[in-house]
Design a protein around this ligand. Structure first.
Ligand code: ASP
Ligand code: MG
Length: 412
C-alpha cells in the first residue's frame, strides 16, 4: 500500500466525460488499497476565460480580486471530482485551498506556498476517504485567496504530496511523459523513463512546458518522486507508464545525455567597442537588471590591446528592445555599437552523466561543424551545454545532436 497524490490537469478534466475517466483512474488506485489524494486544475480553457473577464473590466485590475475570480475554476472541478468518486462508491470530499489550508504569501497572482500546517492536513486526510483538493490556490495570512501563477496546480499537488509524506505524486496530463526532444521535430524522440530533478529543471526552463518549474523545485527539496503520465491512456500511475522525475540515486543507468532542448524566443545582444576599464560589466548590467530583464549566456572578449572589449549576452526576445533602449542611455556606451539579433536559437544538451564523461562538448561542436552550423555563443553548466546558432538551423541541429548522442536508440 502506498500513499499517492494524483493530479489532473485542465485537459484531463476538460468536460464531464473526462472527469468521469479521471475518476475511474482514482478509483482503480483506491481499489488497489492505496491512500489517495487528488488535486485538480480548472477545466481546460476556463482559467483563460476568467483571466479575460478580469482584463475586459480593467486591463490593470486589483490582483486580489483577480485571484478571487480565477481561483473559482478549480473549485468547480474539485466538487465535480468528489461527486464522480462518490458515484463509484469511493468516499471523497473536496477541499479548497483556504479550507485545507494552504498558506501562501501576499504576492497575488504569483503567490508562493509558505506552509501546509501538518496537524490540520492530517486531520482532514483520512485513509479511507479520498481528499480532493482544488489546485492553484491558497489563502494568505490576510485571509485572502491567492493563486500560484499559471500552471500552479502542479505545485499544489507536489506541496500536498510533501505535506502528506506521499510515496509518489502522479501528474496526469495530455502527454505521456518527458521526451528526449520535441517529437514534432524529431519523430525518433523517445519517452524518458526516469529523469533527475536537476535535468528536469534544465529541460523545463528550456521550454519543455509539462510541469511548472516551481513544482520541480519543490519536489527536489522534499524528495518527492513525480510521475508525468497521460490521462488519455488506459494505464494508471501504479503501472509506471510515464516519466518519473526523481532523485538521482533512484536512477541506476545514467545516459550521458538525457535530452536535447531548444528555444527560439531569445535574442542576442552584442556591445562592441566598450572601454575596457574595471567596473564596466557592473555598469552595463545594472540598468538591465533594474529593467527586470533576465540575462543568460554572458560572454566577454579578452581585450587584445587592453583598451576596448566586447560583451555578448542573451535576453528573452520580448525584452530585447527594452534592453537596447536602456543600454543606449548609458554614457559609458556612447562610442560603442549595440547590436540586437532576434534571429537566433539556443540549443542545449542536458545530462547528469556529463559530470563523469569526457568529450560531451567536443561531440556537440563536432556534430554541428559537420553540418556546417556556426556556433555564435557557448555556455555550460555542470549538466548542460548550450550553444546559440542561427534560427534557420534549429531543426537540423536538434536532429543531428539527437542522433549523435544515440538518443534515437532505446537504452541497452
Ligand atoms: N488552472 C490554472 C491555469 O490554467 C492552474 C493549472 O491548471 O495548473 O493556469
Ligand atoms: Mg499544467
Amino acid at each position: 500500500m502506498a500513499r499517492l497524490v494524483l493530479k489532473f490537469g485542465g485537459t484531463s478534466v476538460a468536460d464531464i466525460e473526462r472527469i468521469e475517466r479521471a475518476a475511474d483512474k482514482v478509483e482503480r488506485e483506491y481499489r488497489l488499497g492505496h491512500e489517495v489524494a487528488v488535486v485538480v486544475s480548472a477545466m481546460a480553457g476556463v482559467t483563460n476565460q476568467l483571466v479575460d473577464y478580469c482584463r475586459s473590466i480593467d486591463p490593470v485590475h486589483d490582483a486580489r480580486e483577480y485571484d478571487a475570480v480565477v481561483s473559482s475554476g478549480e473549485q468547480v472541478t474539485a466538487g465535480l471530482m468528489a461527486l464522480a468518486l462518490q458515484k463509484r462508491g469511493v468516499p471523497a470530499r473536496s477541499w479548497q485551498g483556504w479550507q485545507l489550508p494552504i498558506i501562501c504569501d501576499e504576492v497575488h497572482g504569483k503567490s508562493r506556498i509558505l506552509e501546509i500546517p501538518p496537524t490540520e492536513v492530517d486531520a482532514r486526510f483520512k485513509s479511507e476517504e479520498v481528499l480532493v483538493l482544488a489546485g492553484f490556490q491558497g489563502i494568505t495570512r490576510q485571509n485572502r485567496i491567492a493563486t500560484l501563477g499559471r500552471g500552479g496546480s502542479d505545485t499544489s499537488a507536489v506541496a500536498l504530496a510533501a505535506a502528506l509524506h506521499a510515496d509518489r505524486c502522479d501528474i496526469y496530463t495530455d502527454v505521456d511523459g518527458i521526451y528526449t526532444t520535441d517529437p514534432r521535430i524529431v519523430p525518433e524522440a523517445r519517452r524518458i523513463a526516469k529523469i533527475s530533478y536537476d535535468e528536469m529543471l534544465e529541460l523545463a526552463s528550456l521550454g519543455a512546458k509539462v510541469l511548472q518549474n516551481r513544482s520541480v523545485e519543490m519536489a527536489m527539496k522534499n524528495n518527492i518522486s513525480v510521475q508525468v503520465l497521460s490521462s488519455f491512456e488506459d494505464k494508471i500511475g501504479s503501472d509506471y507508464p510515464g516519466t518519473l522525475v526523481t532523485n538521482e540515486e533512484n536512477i541506476m543507468e545514467n545516459p550521458v545525455i538525457s535530452g536535447v532542448a531548444f528555444t527560439q524566443n531569445e535574442a542576442k545582444v552584442s556591445i562592441l567597442n566598450i572601454p575596457d576599464v574595471p567596473g564596466v560589466a557592473a555598469k552595463i548590467f545594472a540598468p538591465i537588471s533594474a529593467a527586470n530583464i533576465i540575462v543568460d549566456m554572458i560572454v566577454q572578449d579578452i581585450s587584445e590591446d587592453g583598451n576596448v572589449t566586447s560583451i555578448t549576452f542573451v535576453v528573452p526576445q520580448e525584452d530585447a528592445d527594452k534592453a537596447e533602449t536602456v543600454l543606449k542611455e548609458l554614457d559609458l556606451l556612447k562610442t560603442s555599437e549595440i547590436r540586437v539579433n532576434k534571429n537566433v536559437a539556443k540549443i542545449s544538451v542536458v545530462g547528469i552523466g556529463m559530470r563523469t564523461h569526457a568529450g560531451v562538448a567536443e561531440k556537440m561542436f563536432k556534430t554541428l561543424a559537420d553540418k556546417g552550423i556556426n556556433i555564435d555563443v557557448i555556455a555550460a553548466t555542470e549538466i548542460k551545454i548550450s550553444v546559440l546558432i542561427a534560427k534557420d538551423y534549429t531543426e537540423l541541429a536538434v536532429r543531428s545532436l539527437h542522433a549523435a548522442y544515440d538518443l534515437d536508440q532505446a537504452p541497452a
